[in-house]
Design a protein around this ligand. Structure first.
Ligand SMILES: Nc1ncnc2c1ncn2[C@@H]1O[C@H](COP(=O)(O)OP(=O)(O)O)[C@@H](O)[C@H]1O
Ligand SMILES: [Mg+2]
Length: 413
């Protein structure tokens, strides 16, 4: 009898106890180093348990600072306590990166207030905004109680669609009699309020909470706790958690990044059949994650942007280091000619260089060259396992000839 292809894999010892506990979607019930933020949120939301209206809030902080985790934890506790003491408190969260127009957010809120037996959904298009708002108010009034409306990643929606949604939602209480509501906006962008009308800003920002980035020690404690339920005892070699924490601390203190590193390291160790996650697995995981992140960025660059990047890569291929803007331009200009594209002005190319720098694909450092003025020194900054030439050639047929051996010979690059 022939075996099943999964037999061997199933018998292999696994390093995980529960891999879900290392995923972003997992909502831990204890959040190390966020006591102050939990306290600020719960102190305000406590009003809901007294039947009062909590202040509207804005929560700020870089990605992976625990904003979503803290809010979801506090809201769950709040709703649970409400049920225990017979106070009707509802928390509804909308992710405004996924649901990213005013209309869709309002329908989502309205439809999440439907009871199981009800079928009169608000349609996903077609109604005037006022009608959706009236319907939302009607349903809130019917069910009564205090509503906590959490608009996660609200900066994304406001940048795209303006602040009408916030204007309307922070004004709901004036139409409500039996129900009450408060709005919590969560933003990854500290400058988000610059996009708001001052009236909306003052109505929404009654209380601001800033989530500072985690430092390495915080991330270590977070990882230790998550790892204890996610991985088997003795699955981690000494120093593994510290390394994941240190690397993620360099990445603006992102807990998400720390968790990814630990999860991917453990997956790699397990795939190799290694009994333990070692430091080298973390290093390998880091370059795998970096490559996975940067590849789609390069692939989706506009054609001209790819040409500028190609110019930097071609110069470096020929051994040049720290190339100046002018040299990049010359190579870029030749490259355009070769693939039959018209070239942009040096000024525009200089802007494209800054843009590539911002995306983290290259670094452009301004250097002073004495009486010759200032110029930029440019290096590619791609992880070693990313083959940018291949990504450019495969994603843009027109540019493939640039990396053909004949072209490099012909231009003596
Ligand atoms: N203090 C913490 N303790 C445990 N896990 C945390 C903590 N802070 C963040 N995390 C985890 O890190 C990941 C990212 O956090 P998240 O709340 O989504 O960040 P943000 O919303 O600020 O981008 C989630 O998986 C979350 O559970
Ligand atoms: Mg979040």
């Amino acid at each position: 009898m022939t075996g099943n292809i999964f037999d061997e894999a199933l018998e292999r010892a696994t390093l995980f106890r529960n891999k879900e506990h290392l995923r972003h979607s997992f909502r831990p019930s204890h959040l190390p180093h966020r006591d102050r933020e939990v306290e600020q949120l719960s102190f305000n939301l406590l009003e809901a348990l007294r039947g009062q209206i909590p202040s509207n809030m804005i929560l700020y902080g870089v990605t992976g600072a625990g904003k979503t985790a803290v809010t979801s934890f506090v809201c769950n506790q709040l709703v649970e306590k409400g049920e225990q003491i017979g106070r009707s408190v509802h928390a509804i969260t909308v992710n405004c990166r996924q649901i990213d127009t005013q209309y869709r957010v309002l329908t989502h809120l309205g439809n999440s207030l439907l009871e199981d037996h009800e079928v009169d959904e608000i349609p996903f298009t077609g109604w005037p905004t006022d009608r959706v708002l009236n319907e939302l108010v009607r349903r809130m009034e019917q069910r009564q109680g205090v509503y906590i409306l959490v608009l996660d990643e609200i900066d994304h929606l406001v940048r795209k669609a303006g602040d009408d949604l916030l204007y309307n939602l922070t004004n709901l209480n004036s139409s409500l009699n039996k129900a009450r509501c408060c709005v919590i906006g969560i933003s990854n962008d500290l400058k988000f309020t610059d996009f708001l009308d001052p009236r909306v800003r003052s109505r929404l920002g009654q209380q601001d909470v800033v989530f500072n980035p985690y430092v390495a020690d915080h991330l270590r404690d977070i990882l230790v706790e998550r790892a204890s339920s996610a991985l088997r005892d003795d699955a981690l070699d000494e120093g593994v958690i510290e390394l994941c924490a240190a690397l993620a601390a360099q990445e603006h203190g992102d807990a998400r990044c720390a968790l990814d590193l630990l999860r991917v390291s453990a997956e790699r160790a397990e795939m190799e059949g290694s009994p333990m996650v070692g430091m080298h697995h973390v290093r390998a995981a880091q370059s795998q994650i970096e490559a996975d992140q940067i590849t789609p960025v390069i692939r989706s660059l506009p054609s001209q942007q790819k040409l500028v990047l190609a110019a930097v890569l071609l110069a470096e291929r020929s051994g040049a280091k720290g190339i100046q803007t002018g040299e990049v331009y010359d190579i870029y200009d030749q490259a355009c000619l070769h693939v039959g594209k018209s070239s942009l002005t040096p000024r525009r190319v200089s802007m494209l260089i800054s843009n590539l720098d911002m995306l983290g694909v290259i670094t452009a450092r301004t250097v002073s060259r004495g009486r010759y003025g200032r110029s930029k020194e440019i290096h590619s900054s791609l992880p070693p396992n990313v083959d940018a030439e291949r990504i450019i050639s495969e994603s843009d047929d027109d540019l493939a000839p640039l990396f053909a051996a004949t072209y490099r010979r012909q231009t003596r690059l």
